[in-house]
Design a protein around this ligand. Structure first.
Ligand SMILES: [Zn+2]
Length: 268
């Protein structure tokens, strides 16, 4: 069995402050260790349950946070941020399941640690076919396009609730309970390890959920400021809805996802 893991940083165990997730801060170096350790906990649980291959895609900011020298020696790692499929680089129909670790609530969420959707600077919110989606929901649908089910996700309690809203009843692990956008109570480390063990076991038995978006697909994006969409309007097929919102239609989800990433690049 082959498993694909996309790992972000904001939703990891013990992470609550912006000093922890930005390169250049001393705390960031600690967070990279925490990130690598949390990935290793998940990977060990997967191999214990008979998984044969694991690919990790580093999905936070510059996407080169995971310390490969401390990573479980049985897994492969994609790092670097010039990736055509961004947080989902490496996904293909060869996988039997997708896992999201360290994910965070979508933009406009109350009391969610670091709530945002792809860009905290430019994106106000994103809707697919009228439904607000965060990074989890957007990425889960790309896995669905490749016919790979989402089997497990982890993050704060608010994020885990959004997994149900954006996809359905998928196995999750709440690694911290939020108090505000920048504070949370992390569960004991012992519970983190046993939670992953139990959750991964269940996830591999249930085989998760295939999340497919229905056609036609309309992607609607609201920007934080009207100036941010000026360059986006250069792209073909972009419809301006009002002073800060656009939408576009796509015939399949992969095309939608790629266009969404192009919009992100142009939004500034
Ligand atoms: Zn991130």
């Amino acid at each position: 069995m082959k498993i694909f893991i996309s790992v972000d940083m904001e939703g990891l165990w013990g992470v609550t402050s912006s000093l922890q997730i930005r390169r250049g801060n001393t705390d960031y170096e600690r967070t990279r260790k925490l990130m690598t350790e949390e990935v290793n906990i998940v990977v060990r649980a997967l191999f214990e349950e008979g998984v044969s291959e694991v690919l990790i895609n580093d999905s936070h900011a510059s996407m080169d946070n995971v310390l490969i020298e401390e990573l479980d020696e049985r897994v492969s790692l994609i790092s670097g941020n010039q990736k055509p499929l961004s947080m989902m680089q490496g996904i293909s129909q060869d996988f039997d399941g997708v896992i999201f670790i360290g994910y965070h609530p979508r933009a406009l969420t109350e009391k969610g640690i670091f709530d945002h959707t792809y860009s905290g600077l430019s994106i106000h919110n994103v809707m697919i076919n009228g439904k607000p989606l965060g990074e989890f929901g957007l990425n889960a649908r790309l896995a669905g396009y490749y016919s790979v089910p989402v089997i497990f996700a982890s993050g704060d309690n608010v994020f885990c609730q959004q997994v149900i809203e954006e996809a359905g009843n998928i196995e999750t692990l709440t690694v911290k309970n939020t108090i505000s956008r920048y504070s949370a109570e992390s569960i004991p480390k012992k519970a983190l390890i046993s939670g992953y063990r139990k959750g991964i076991k269940k996830a591999l038995i249930s085989r998760g959920m295939l999340i497919k978006e229905k056609t036609p697909m309309i992607c609607r994006i609201a920007f934080k400021e009207s100036v941010m969409m000026e360059d986006v309007l250069w792209l073909e097929g972009i419809k301006k809805l009002n002073h800060h919102e656009i939408e576009f239609e796509a015939e399949d989800y992969e095309k939608l996802y790629r266009k969404f990433l192009a919009v992100l690049k142009l939004a500034r």
